[in-house]
Ligand binder design. Structure first.
Ligand SMILES: N[C@@H](CCC(=O)N[C@@H](CS)C(=O)NCC(=O)O)C(=O)O
Length: 230
């Protein structure tokens, strides 16, 4: 059975840039399942699979529709227990929640500072209108004012990534010897930046950059192919 993954896309349907969708795509590949992507622009997200206020990612697996990246990972773990584990047990699952919350509150804000305007520029006009209105309300200023406020050195990102940098100096993955869903959570955030911007912001030769490179090459280089030309 092929799993359908609804993934956020830009004007170019091959530009798949959502952090949460990358988490799910990596999780499905980790489980060795077959899937197809349904590229979905911002203005079509709410009504996926007959919904009226959906957020992306959403998957359809046979008759089952699941929304929200962590819920999807847990669904995959429960439904495909014989495929490689995404959590390695209840303790791993519980610790994943910390990684999700750390990434969402520390890493995501730094990523947004670096690529908000790049995201806007990659969208179709109708989605640009939606994005501008919703994000300007969220940030309380125009996209251009937000962009101008933030330096593009990558130092802020490196600062919040310090706990991960120290961890990856001692172990190959957040999951230990091999990646788990927690790795894909942070990978998703950094892949969001990589697929939105043409700049590389990770500090060269850092443990995080080396770990990210390894993940980009996994599953037939799926992540590496994710950056499409402007
Ligand atoms: N906690 C959710 C977050 C989902 C989310 O924020 N999705 C964004 C795209 S990355 C979305 O659907 N945005 C639509 C909108 O802004 O209306 C998850 O992990 O799946």
């Amino acid at each position: 059975m092929t799993i359908k993954i609804y993934e956020l896309c830009g004007d170019n349907p091959e530009r798949l840039f959502s952090p949460h969708c990358w988490k799910v795509r990596m999780a499905v590949a980790h489980k060795g399942l077959s899937w197809e992507t349904i590229p979905t622009p911002f203005t079509k997200v709410a009504t996926i699979e007959g919904g009226d206020s959906r957020r992306i990612p959403v998957i359809r697996d046979g008759d089952t529709v699941v929304e929200e990246s962590y819920e999807i990972a847990r669904y995959l773990e429960a439904t495909y227990p014989d495929a490689p584990s995404l959590f390695k047990g209840d303790g791993g699952d519980a610790l994943t929640a910390l990684t999700i919350n750390w990434s969402a509150t520390q890493v995501h804000p730094e990523v947004v500072k670096l690529c908000l305007l790049d995201i806007y520029n990659s969208l179709a006009p109708v989605d640009q209108e939606f994005f501008r209105e919703s994000r300007e309300k969220m940030f309380g200023c125009t996209l251009e004012e937000f962009d101008a406020k933030h330096a593009k050195s990558g130092d802020g990102l490196a600062k919040v990534l310090l706990p991960l940098e120290l961890t990856l100096k001692k172990q190959k993955f957040i999951g230990g010897e091999s990646p788990l869903f927690a790795d894909y959570v942070v990978f998703g955030a950094l892949q969001w930046l990589r697929t939105s911007s043409t700049e590389d912001y990770l500090k060269a030769d850092s443990a995080v950059a080396n770990w990210f490179d390894v993940l980009l090459d996994m599953y037939d280089g799926m992540g590496r192919k994710g950056r499409v030309a402007a």
